[in-house]
Design a protein. Structure first.
Length: 193
């Protein structure tokens, strides 16, 4: 017999899982959980937009677990957990490019990876931040035209539909990151007074 947990309890457990005394770390945890929670919806969007030919998007579902693990990693090492966010993001974006093709626009998710890397670290952690900011750019250039064909041949109209979805999503995600990390900076400033 499976007993369903009320949504309020699930949200409380997720808040507790993401909680951290350091507002910057708590923000990284929140971003990771938001990404983990959104990944399962992308196959639904793709299937609704272009039909069953979008089945390769289902192969990205395990990435949600990697993002979900970030707050656990943070409990062992704040720096490693904050590093994991852009690294996992880059890997996930490139996997999606391979699954769905360059024309799908999945490489646009490398832009939020740059933003997350730039905002997840303090000034005295530039030695970690700077390589992570350039990692998405380097991986984009290194893999451009080298990941081969997508698993399924898509029509130009299907690629256009995916590109629109990904362009809007990546843009909204950059704005979301700015709002969250901006709020984190304000909370940190108030706490240091």
């Amino acid at each position: 017999m499976i007993i369903a947990m009320p949504p309020r309890n699930i949200l409380a457990k997720l808040r507790a899982y993401a909680a951290h005394d350091d507002p910057l770390v708590a923000t990284t945890n929140l971003v990771a959980l938001v990404v983990a929670g959104n990944i399962p919806f992308y196959p639904v969007y793709y299937l609704a937009l272009i039909g069953w030919s979008a089945w390769p998007s289902l192969l990205d579902l395990p990435a949600a677990l990697a993002f979900f693990a970030i707050p656990w990693i943070v409990r062992h090492s704040s720096l490693l957990g904050r590093t994991a966010l852009p690294v996992i993001g880059v890997a996930n974006a490139l996997i999606c490019v391979k699954l769905l093709g360059e024309a799908s626009g999945n490489a646009l998710y490398l832009v939020p990876c740059v933003v997350a890397a730039a905002l997840s670290f303090r000034a005295n952690e530039r030695w970690v931040m700077l390589p992570l900011v350039w990692l998405p750019v380097a991986m984009f250039l290194a893999t451009l035209g080298r990941l081969g064909e997508p698993l399924v041949p898509f029509t130009e109209a299907e690629f256009t539909a995916m590109l629109r979805l990904n362009a809007v999503s990546a843009g909204v995600f950059v704005g979301f990151l700015g709002m969250l990390y901006g709020r984190s900076a304000i909370v940190s400033a108030r706490a240091s007074r």
